[in-house]
Design a binder for this molecule. Sequence first.
Ligand code: F6P
Ligand code: MN
Length: 355
Amino acid sequence: MHLGRKTLSKFLIENVSGSRDGASLAALLVDVAAAVKAIAALSAKGALGGATGSLESVNVQGETQKPLDVLSNTAFVNTFQMGGLVAGVASEEMDEPFPIRAPYVRGPFLAVFDPLDGSSNIDANVSVGSIFSILHAPEQGEPQTADYLQPGQHQVAAGYALYGPATLLVLTVGRGTHGFTLDREVGNFILTHPNIQIPADTGEFAINTSNERFWEPPVTRYVSECKAGKTGPRERDFNMRWIASMVAEVHRILMRGGIFMYPRDTKDPGKPGRLRLLYEANPMGFVVEQAGGRASTGRERILDLAPTQVHQRVPVILGSRNEVDRLVRYHAEYDAGTDKPYESPLFSERGLYRP
Ligand code: F6P
Ligand code: MN
């Protein structure tokens, strides 16, 4: 029982209500939690809910939709539409942003979300999640696509829900990153992980190594050094994890440190990365930075990027500060051509360190 512990509503009243549009933001985050509870209930039914398998439809990303992708999207859209707190929504599962129109009431925010992240995992009963980002809406009129293209540093709030053995809601309003666990019997989110801090160092990395032949040299260098362990230049062993569910991966990193990489690769020249800037990289970047971590493309801070398209993809490297900084340095050394010590004069035929 959680009596005496802080509920999400109480937390929001204390932490958000005083700021610009704060009461509306608090109410909006309670709406997010309501949609999350509905999706948690749906996904927990598994095959008994009749929403497993795939649909005929393909989303704008070219991915086959799952019934739960569509149901989760509907849960968010309906909640936001009824709530009167957003002027429009954009989602991974919708080709274009969706403006709120009469008879519904427009509010001061835009909501951008990935309703069911990692949904390839659903049929295997592996953790999935939802990711959301809240932006200010234009002061007047119906929001246009350009209104959604705000850099991540302008986010008002962001977070994710993780549908795992427990359902968790982790969010930031720019004052640290905080985690809430769903008490299913009572239906409340309870503050269980206040002020999460990502350890600055880690011995754990996450990357889909089946893409190795498409990586850039700095990523190959970093991963091969990790794999070389004690006998390599890092002089310590590393462990590897890959869940193929970004939410689960980021949550593990928030709990015990780690580095997550979906870097730039040459697999599909039309896509500079796999993950989407507005509803994956930006909200996760905000959450991770607020927990003392870093989020970068390898060359730029994620939250500094100026978006050009709603479904734009970017390289993502995030997590423990010192490891992300190291990989950013490897990118800089590669770009400057200083990353090949064995090509420097010291390593030449008569050099000091000839291998
Ligand atoms: O939404 C994209 C996503 O499903 C992430 O959750 C996950 O990190 C990644 O794609 C998995 O990609 P892959 O199937 O290439 O391992
Ligand atoms: Mn996703």
